[in-house]
Every structure is written in C-alpha cells, then in structure tokens.
Design a protein around this ligand. Structure first.
Ligand code: C5P
Length: 333
C-alpha cells in the first residue's frame, strides 16, 4: 500500500553562528519552528532492491544526492530489509529556500517508509540517520518549537509558541548555505583566540536570552496582555526583546539587497517580527491577525515576489497532520 505523508517546512526564530569546528561545521544556536506549508510525498515498497525518486520539478535530484534517497538507504540497512522503494515528491516548498524542504522530505520519507514496511526504527536509529544525512533533519523528528544546538542537529523540544500567522516570501535569488557560512567566516577574519572567544560569547548570549525569555514567558503567559496584544503576540514580543536575530542576515542581505527590502515590506505590513529563515532566500513575517497576513502576502505577490500566508504548527498539530486522513499520527512519534 502506498503511504502518503506531509513534509512540513520550518523557519528559524533567531540563529547565532559560533566558531567553525574541527569537522568544518559551525557551532549553532537556533530556535526552529515548524509551519503548515508542506510538500506531499508518496512512498511505495515492492519486491526488488532499487530506490527510485520522481518529482516533476527538474531541480530536485533523483539520485544519491537526494536526502530521501540517503535516508531510505540507511533505513533499509538499519531494518535489515531488501525492497524496491519508489518515492514521489510533489514539490511546493521553495528549493534552497532556508525552510528545510529537502531535510523535511528526508524525515517524512523515513516515517512513511516505516509505515509502508510495517517496521519501526528505534528512536536512537531515527535520530542517528537524520543527523547523518544533514544538520536540519532531526528537528523534523520533534516538530513545533525546537531548540537546535551543536551544528543544528542536537535538538530539544522547546516551550511551544502559540500558532501565529506567518507570511513567507521567497524572491528568486539563489543562496547557497555553504557559501553563506564561508562569507560569514571571511567576515570574521582569520580565527584568532580572541575572535573564537567572542564567537562563543555570542552563542552563549543567545542561550542566556532564550533562557531569560523562557522564564519571562511564563510570567507573561499568566499576566494581562499589553496594549490589546493576545498571549501569542506577548510571548513573541518577549522573544524579540530577548534579542533573537539571524546572523546570516549580515552576510546574505548585502549580497541580495532585495531580501532586506522584503523584510522591510513585511515589517511595514504589520509583522510583529520579520527575519531571514536559515541562510535564505526565504524571509518571513509573523502576524497576530490573519487578515493582515493575507494582505501582506497579496501585496508582495502583486509586486512580483512569490509569497504565501500560513500558520505556525505546534508539535501536536505537526504529528496529527503528518499522515493525511490518518487519526493514528500520534503512534508515529
Ligand atoms: O548539514 P548540512 O548538509 O545541512 O550542511 C550543508 C553545509 O553547510 C555543510 O557542508 C557545511 O558547509 C555547512 N554547515 C556549517 N555549519 C553547520 C551546518 C552546515 O558550516 N552548523
């Protein structure tokens, strides 16, 4: 039986880049947030031993460089089964958009494949495979609001932010993540003991801000909302006050000024918070009211910028909606 699965996107609520490590990756601190935008993936298993990937979008690779391929190969090996696996990807998320589309596709494939094979990986194997394939995969094994540390692959379920409205805009500029990291390194100059120390200080500042926010948010959540803001917006305001920023903006915006412009448009349209997601090219804005979000998305589209209005997805919603038409989503966790 084919298994259909939704592959949701993420945004980054703040991202601090630390020093480059001996393995070439950068130490990161970020808060990931899943949103309702998604690709659709269908997984079919039969006798044989091939992995076949189809997608109408020619930019999606069909071979070993596809995250779905790499996940599938590892899942079959971990479960010690031989099968032909066919994966159909209906691409709706931006490619190289900083929304974790390819990473999410990999995890969605893993969960659908377990279902199609009627076999379960151990939680340890799931996380190991996800982290092996890429830094942004493990977050999709948690969903909702997720704290990311290490190279982004060490993930912890975080206090949930209530589901705000979100507008994502992806101008047609290509941003490569490895290049963005290399630009960041250039900007930092040759790593000396002093710059490495500063870099570590910045990521621990982020952790402290998040910690302060976590403590503060509990007070705000029980307090009276300020100036007509509801609880969700008050929590978000606290997060912004805590100084949550995306370090990639300082290297990606100068190269692609259109992204800074889009961020301004979102702010002027009433976004409570706007930022680059990951290394871009997606810029998002968070809104308290649906009408404002819809209008902001329509205004951007009218100016020729591909934009969509969506919602943040809580952890519970993420798991509930993962398999369309399946009420047993919870058992997948
Ligand atoms: O892990 P992932 O495949 O997403 O990483 C893509 C590239 O981004 C890596 O090869 C590396 O160049 C860079 N990267 C990094 N530090 C991270 C995550 C990714 O330098 N924390």
């Amino acid at each position: 039986m084919p298994v259909l699965v939704r592959s949701f996107a993420k945004i980054n609520l703040g991202l601090r880049i630390g020093p480059r490590r001996a393995d070439g990756f950068h130490e990161l601190r970020t808060i990931y947030q899943t949103v309702a935008l998604h690709d659709l993936i269908r997984v079919e298993v039969s006798r044989g031993s091939d992995i076949e990937i189809s997608c109408e979008d020619a930019r999606v690779p069909d071979g070993e460089s596809n995250t779905c391929w790499r996940v599938t190969e590892r899942v079959l090996r971990a479960l010690k089964v031989k099968r032909k696996v066919r994966i159909f990807i209906e691409k709706k998320l931006p490619i190289q958009g900083g929304m974790g589309g390819a990473s999410s596709n990999g995890v969605a494939t893993m969960l659908a494949l377990e279902k199609a094979l009627k076999r379960r990986l151990t939680p340890h194997d799931r996380l190991r495979i996800a982290a092996e394939v890429g830094s942004d995969l493990p977050l999709f094994l948690i969903g909702g609001t997720v704290l990311g540390t290490g190279r982004g692959e060490e993930v912890y379920p975080f206090d949930e932010l209530p589901g705000l409205h979100c507008v994502t805009a992806t101008p047609a500029v290509g941003v490569s993540t490895p290049t963005a990291f290399a630009d960041w390194d250039k900007r930092q100059g040759e790593p000396t003991k002093l710059t490495a120390r500063k870099s570590f200080d910045k990521i621990s500042e982020f952790s402290q801000s998040v910690y302060r926010w976590l403590n503060g948010s509990r007070c705000t959540a029980t307090g009276v909302p300020d100036k007509g803001w509801d609880r969700a917006e008050a929590l978000l305001l606290d997060l912004v006050r805590a100084g949550i920023e995306n370090d990639f903006e300082s290297v990606v915006f100068p190269k692609h000024p259109v992204l800074r412009k889009v961020k301004r448009v979102l702010e002027q349209s009433g976004a409570r918070y706007a930022s680059l997601s990951g290394s871009g090219a997606t810029v998002y804005g968070l809104f308290g009211e649906r009408q404002r979000a819809l209008k902001a998305a329509a205004d951007l589209q009218a100016k020729g910028t591909p934009a969509q209005a969506t919602r943040m997805l809580t952890r519970e919603q993420y798991w509930k909606k993962l398999f369309p038409g399946d009420a047993s989503g919870k058992q997948t966790r």
